[in-house]
Design a protein around this ligand. Structure first.
Ligand code: XUL
Ligand code: CO
Length: 435
C-alpha cells in the first residue's frame, strides 16, 4: 500500500543538514567506544502504536483514519500492516520490530482461530524478514484488551482465565521462537487490582509467580535462548499493579528462583509513573543483574498518565545512555519505540519525523555519555566518594565473618568519628552540562 509520502531511506547527513528527514546525529556505522552506533542503540519499531492505534483518547475516537483500519476483511488489513511494518523499517533504517499477537492478526471466533490467524501472518513476517534482512526484538501476548481479561490475566480470580492465558502465551512464545525473536516480553497490563474489598492479594501474587515459572519452564522446553522480560508498570489500567517497578519484581523473582531466566524491559514513562527516573530503574536492574531491554518513550510531566510520547529530551537521554553503557550495553535487548505520535499528528510522515527525531536524540545522548566517560571527572568523583571502602578494615565489614560487636569494638578502640563531606551535586550537575 502506498502510505508514506517520503520514499527514500533516511540517511545520515550530519549536524548541519537542513533536511528534516535526515539523521543529524545517528550515524549507524560511526564507532563510539569501540562499537557502532547501530549496535549500541539496537532500535526497534513497535507494531501497536505505529500501525494499530487509530488516534483515540479517553474523550474522543479515531483521528488518523488509516485505510487499513476500515477494511472489511481483517486478515487483509493484517497483511497490509505487515507490509507497512517492513516499509517503515526500510525508511528508518531500523533492524528490529516488536509486536503483540493481537497487533499482527485478528482475534477470530475463538482461540483456535486466533492462533491460526497469528501463525498465518507470522509466515508472512518470516518471508519479509528474510527478504529485508530484519529481525524480531521481541514478541508478546495481549492479555489486557479483551473483556475476558477485565479482572486480570494470570492473576484473575477465575482459574479458566489463568488456563486461557497459558494457552495464549504458549502460542505467542512458539511464534516468537519460530521468528528468531531475541526476547519474549510479559507486560502485566491488568495483573493488579481495582479495589482490595474484593481481592485476595496473596493468592493473586502466587498465581503471578507460578505463571511466570510455567513460562520459564516452557521456554527451556522449546529451547528458546533469549530471556523472558518483565515490563514493570505501577498503575494504569489497574489501580495497583503487582509488577510495580524493578524492585518489586526482584522480590518476586527471588521468591520463585527466577532471577537467572527473567530480566527487565524498562519503560521510561512507567518509571516516571512509579516515582522513579528512567536511569534509576536501569541502574537498579543492572546492579541486580537483571537489565534486559528498554521501551523508549517519555511521559508528559504535567499529565499523570502514560502519554507514551517520543523521547526527545537530550539531557534525560544522556543520563539514560550513561546507565546503559555502565550496565555493559545491550546483549539481547534493544531500544523499542513504545511511543506514539500525538493524535493531532495525522500526516503519514509524522510517524517518520517522530522516529528520526528520537533516534537523533538518543544518538546525542550516547555521544554525550561517551564524552562523560572519556572525560573521567564524574567517575573519579564517585570513586573518591566510595574510596573509604578500599581500606581492608572497611571492606572486611561486608564479609561473611564480620560481626556487629567486633565492628563496635573497633569504633571505640580507633575512636572513629565520621566526618561529613560534601556530595557536590551542583558541581557535578555543572560538569555534566559542560561535557
Ligand atoms: C503499556 C506498554 C505495553 C508493553 C507491551 O503501557 O508499555 O505496550 O510494552 O505489552
Ligand atoms: Co512498553
Amino acid at each position: 500500500m502506498n502510505f508514506y509520502l517520503h520514499k527514500d531511506a533516511v540517511k545520515y547527513e550530519g549536524p548541519n543538514s537542513q533536511n528534516a528527514l535526515a539523521f543529524k546525529w545517528y550515524n549507524p556505522s560511526q564507532q563510539v567506544m569501540g562499537k557502532s552506533m547501530r549496535d549500541h542503540l539496537r532500535f526497534a519499531v513497535c507494531y501497536w502504536h505505529t500501525l494499530c492505534w487509530p488516534g483515540g483518547d479517553p474523550f474522543g475516537g479515531e483521528t488518523f483514519n488509516r485505510e487499513w483500519h476500515h477494511m472489511a476483511d481483517p486478515m487483509k488489513a493484517a497483511e497490509v500492516k505487515a507490509e507497512l511494518m517492513f516499509e517503515t523499517l526500510r525508511l528508518l533504517d531500523i533492524d528490529y520490530f516488536t509486536f503483540h499477537d493481537l497487533d499482527i492478526a485478528p482475534e477470530g471466533k475463538n482461540l483456535q482461530e486466533f492462533n491460526a490467524n497469528v501463525s498465518a501472518i507470522a509466515k508472512i513476517l518470516e518471508k519479509q524478514m528474510a527478504k529485508h534482512n530484519k529481525k524480531l526484538l521481541w514478541g508478546t501476548a495481549n492479555m489486557f484488551s479483551n473483556r475476558r481479561f477485565m479482572a486480570g490475566a494470570a492473576t484473575n480470580p477465575d482459574p479458566d482465565v489463568f488456563a486461557y492465558c497459558a494457552a495464549q502465551v504458549k502460542h505467542a512464545l512458539d511464534v516468537t521462537h519460530g521468528l528468531g525473536g531475541e526476547n519474549y516480553v510479559m507486560w502485566g497490563g491488568r495483573e493488579g487490582y481495582e479495589t482490595l474489598i474484593n481481592t485476595r492479594i496473596g493468592h493473586e501474587l502466587h498465581q503471578a509467580g507460578r505463571f511466570l515459572s510455567l513460562v520459564v519452564d516452557y521456554k527451556h522446553k522449546i529451547g528458546f535462548k533469549g530471556p523472558i522480560l518483565i515490563e514493570p508498570k505501577p498503575k494504569e489500567p489497574s489501580t495497583h499493579q503487582y509488577d510495580y517497578d524493578v524492585a518489586s519484581i526482584w522480590g518476586m523473582l527471588k521468591s520463585y528462583g527466577l532471577e537467572k531466566d527473567v530480566k527487565m524491559n524498562i519503560e521510561q514513562n512507567h518509571a516516571i509513573l512509579a516515582g522513579h527516573t528512567f536511569e534509576h530503574e536501569i541502574a537498579l536492574a543492572s546492579s541486580l543483574g537483571i537489565f534486559g531491554s528498554l521501551d523508549l518513550n517519555r511521559g508528559g510531566y504535567q499529565v499523570g498518565w502514560d502519554t507514551d510520547q517520543f523521547a526527545m529530551n537530550v539531557p534525560e537521554l544522556t543520563l539514560m545512555m550513561l546507565e546503559v553503557i555502565r550496565a555493559g550495553g545491550f546483549t539481547t535487548g534493544g531500544m523499542n519505540f513504545d511511543a506514539k505520535i500525538r493524535r493531532q499528528s495525522i500526516d503519514p510522515d509524522d510517524l517518520l519525523h517522530a522516529h528520526v527525531a528520537s533516534m537523533d536524540a538518543c544518538a546525542r545522548g550516547l555521544l554525550n555519555a561517551a564524552k562523560i566517560i572519556a572525560d573521567g571527572k564524574l567517575d573519579a568523583e564517585i570513586a573518591k566518594r566510595y574510596s573509604g571502602w578500599d581500606k581492608p578494615e572497611n571492606k572486611a565489614m561486608l564479609d561473611k565473618g564480620a560481626s556487629l560487636d567486633a565492628i563496635a569494638a573497633r569504633v571505640h578502640k580507633d575512636k572513629i568519628e565520621p566526618q561529613p563531606r560534601s556530595a557536590r551535586q551542583e558541581y557535578l550537575e555543572g560538569l555534566l552540562n559542560n561535557v
